[in-house]
Design a protein around this ligand. Structure first.
Ligand SMILES: [Zn+2]
Ligand SMILES: [Zn+2]
Length: 373
């Protein structure tokens, strides 16, 4: 399977045009995945179904109880931002995509934020996400959006993984993270640490502010599940609805709404095309990318270094070659055609199957895509 998939993601030229690597991947994957699909049986994880239902129910219940102590709201907001960054900056941009380097103080802070977010240990989160990038919308994609909105949003957490997810997950390179003693320790103590940081501490702070245990418990679950739903929107909404300025042939989209609520992770078409870019999007507007603002601040402090991004010319060429026409650069296509300009947009390799900076499939030729700040 790995051999076939590796073959299929190479770019081939047909009639003078680069044929999209996904076309090959899907054609061959479908044949090859038939066996895997046949062996897949829906296996519901009832514990997760009950837990997620309870948390959503308790969060809804909290909406019908007016706020008495605004200090608890301030704590909730602060917690939301910190735990959100624990996913977007820590788990996603730093550990999964290796899009910048952090000194030991920042790294410790990021691990704490990620633990506070109470999702999964970094080692689990990053494995799922690297496989998602390399095998987007195939059986090997943990949040395969071809199975519909509900599955890609939260349903994937309610059933056992497809055998292909497990198979490819074992093969994806995780050596950089698995050899990190900090992450091994985090995984070992994740459940008690996450329980204390995400539940015990905020609830205790709320009680200190004067709230009753029941009220603050339910309101904390509201804060927790809202952030989770915002993050899940990246896998669901930003794989179904929105524009595709950089590559119209893949499912990820650019969504301003998701960019705002998911602290900058909504520029998902861009992100899948250039997954090593620490900004995960082109817009310089921090309002739609709070995570970039934080990384830039850390760089200004000297705590974050070697921020990876993409040269403007590479972005422009990619837009001209595979964009859906919604990017301002796309207007140049008409000018090029009208002027009989022989400029070919580009013949570079497609990049959306890389999981980020350090993927062993990146070769020295691909480094022209990377600009280090
Ligand atoms: Zn990603
Ligand atoms: Zn995605």
């Amino acid at each position: 399977m790995q051999r076939i998939l590796t073959e299929t993601i190479s770019v081939k030229e047909e009639n003078g045009h680069l044929k999209k690597s996904d076309d090959f991947k899907n054609e061959k994957f479908e044949d090859n995945a038939e066996k895997a699909s046949n062996e897949y049986k829906w296996d519901i994880k009832w514990v997760n179904v009950i837990l997620l239902s309870y948390i959503h129910g308790a969060a809804l219940y909290s909406c019908f109880h007016p706020v008495e102590y605004w200090s608890t709201v301030a704590i909730g907001w602060s917690y939301s931002i910190v735990t959100g960054m624990g996913t977007t900056v820590a788990a996603h941009r730093y550990f999964t995509h290796r899009s910048f380097k952090a000194n030991k103080y920042l790294k410790f802070f990021l691990i704490m934020c990620q633990t506070m977010s109470a999702q999964e240990p970094v080692l689990h989160w990053a494995r799922d996400h690297r496989v998602h990038h390399k095998f987007t919308d195939t059986d090997a994609d943990p949040y395969n959006s071809r199975r519909g909105f509900f599955f890609s949003h939260v349903g994937w957490l309610m059933c056992k993984k497809h055998p292909e997810v497990i198979r490819q997950g074992k093969k994806v390179d995780m050596s950089d993270l698995e050899n990190d003693p900090w992450l091994v320790t985090q995984k070992k103590y994740y459940i008690p640490l996450a329980f204390v940081l995400n539940f015990v501490v905020p609830v205790y702070l709320g009680i200190l502010c004067g709230e009753s245990f029941t009220t603050v418990w339910n309101r904390n679950l509201f804060r927790y599940i809202i952030i989770l739903n915002f993050v899940w929107c990246v896998n669901s909404v930003a794989h179904i609805w929105g524009m595709k300025p950089y590559d119209k042939n893949i499912s990820p989209t650019d969504s301003r709404l998701v960019g705002f609520i998911a602290l900058g992770e909504g520029w998902h078409n861009y992100h899948h095309v250039f997954p090593w870019d620490y900004r995960t999007g082109e817009s310089p507007n921090y309002r739609y990318n709070l995570s970039s603002a934080f990384i830039d601040f850390c760089a200004w402090m000297g705590w974050a270094t070697e921020l990876k991004t993409v040269p403007t010319d590479i972005i422009r060429k990619r837009v001209l070659r595979t964009g859906d026409g919604s990017h301002p650069y796309s207007k140049e296509v008409e000018e090029i055609n009208n002027n009989n300009n022989n400029e070919h947009p580009d013949k570079l390799r497609d990049t959306e199957h890389f999981w980020g900076f350090g993927d062993k499939e990146m070769n020295p030729e691909d480094m022209k895509y990377v600009k280090v700040l």
